[in-house]
Design a protein around this ligand. Structure first.
Ligand code: AMP
Ligand code: ZN
Length: 113
């Protein structure tokens, strides 16, 4: 999608630190990490937000969770624990309107919110 940062990252038009990619998802380091390990799991398909998810996205969502779990293992946070977050809308501080899962770990994260 034109003018979408994550679409540009997926197309390679904007550089990123890629940890993993396959036919459905791309995993990159967050440019502004809020934990010692902070990466983003991004579907190649442009889906705006969680509100745009439909039944047919089931296999894609499964792949996002499997990729998150595998990269968490690679990054050494699978045993200590990690948090997976989807921001939706202004109150959540969503800044990029292309569905993505944050994965954070490597420290005690404290309560949500
Ligand atoms: P959200 O606030 O949920 O929309 O998350 C967007 C995330 O994208 C933020 O955590 C940003 O730090 C991150 N971000 C913005 N630009 C880039 C970029 N060029 N490469 C990697 N992460 C980015
Ligand atoms: Zn996009």
């Amino acid at each position: 999608m034109a003018d979408c940062l994550f679409c540009k990252i997926i197309e390679g038009e904007v550089p990123s630190d890629k940890l993993y990619d396959d036919d459905l998802v791309v995993v990159i380091l967050d440019i502004n990490p809020r934990a010692p390990r902070h990466f983003l799991v991004i579907p190649r398909e442009h889906i705006g937000t969680v509100k745009d998810v439909r039944g047919e996205h089931g296999p894609l969502l499964t792949r996002m969770f499997v990729a998150a779990s595998n990269v968490a293992k690679d990054e050494g946070i699978a045993e200590s624990g990690f948090r997976m977050t989807f921001n939706v809308g202004d109150d959540a501080g969503m800044t990029v309107n292309h569905l993505h899962m944050h994965v954070l770990g490597g420290r005690q994260l404290g309560p949500e919110g």
